[in-house]
Ligand binder design. Sequence first.
Ligand code: ATP
Length: 199
Amino acid sequence: MHLKSLTVKGFKSFASATTLRLEPGITCVVGPNGSGKSNVVDAIAWVLGEQGAKALRGGKMEDVIFAGTAGRAPLGRAEVTLTIDNGDGALPIDYTEVSITRRMFRSGESEYEINGSQCRLLDIQELLSDSGIGREMHIIVGQGRLDAMLHAKPEDRRAFIEEAAGVLKHRKRKEKALRKLDAMQTNLNRLTDLTAELR
Ligand code: ATP
């Protein structure tokens, strides 16, 4: 599995549709200061579901939409598509190529797609969770992030490792199941009370 291409349109400094083709191995993005190198990395984090504007170096989420320049009007939406080569079947889906799309409008509403079909962010997170590409984005180590990881508290560092290992997904499912069980127990108690009253 490797990232095959990234298409950005209306995202930060990328007003027009721009596609970066990525080959297996190391890819270097070079360019002058302020030319948009970090915006490429932000686009990968964003399409994978990043919800924090700060993590994307903005004040609010709307800041990811192209804000306009002297010669070009602002746009109303940002769209990013990340195509992943799934030739080795690392992602649990019957496609050798998986495209994930996120689209956001100025209203703040986001749409997600897997191979062109609309889906929930949760579907994307579930699809990627065993691959080590998760919500916490350990595949993206930004400037200063490595330092933060090295100095993290042991329990936070454990969470990093658990997510990278794919354990987090099961922990989240367990928490959800326990919450359901709790609600079920409350209903059961109430039913027992009602039955006792009727006797
Ligand atoms: P450096 O080498 O200094 O780290 P960089 O190549 O990583 O720079 P970025 O930080 O990716 O550059 O890009 C910064 C540029 O993106 C700035 O010129 C900024 O004006 C532009 N930019 C960021 N958000 C938007 C937006 N919403 N609309 C238009 N341009 C934007």
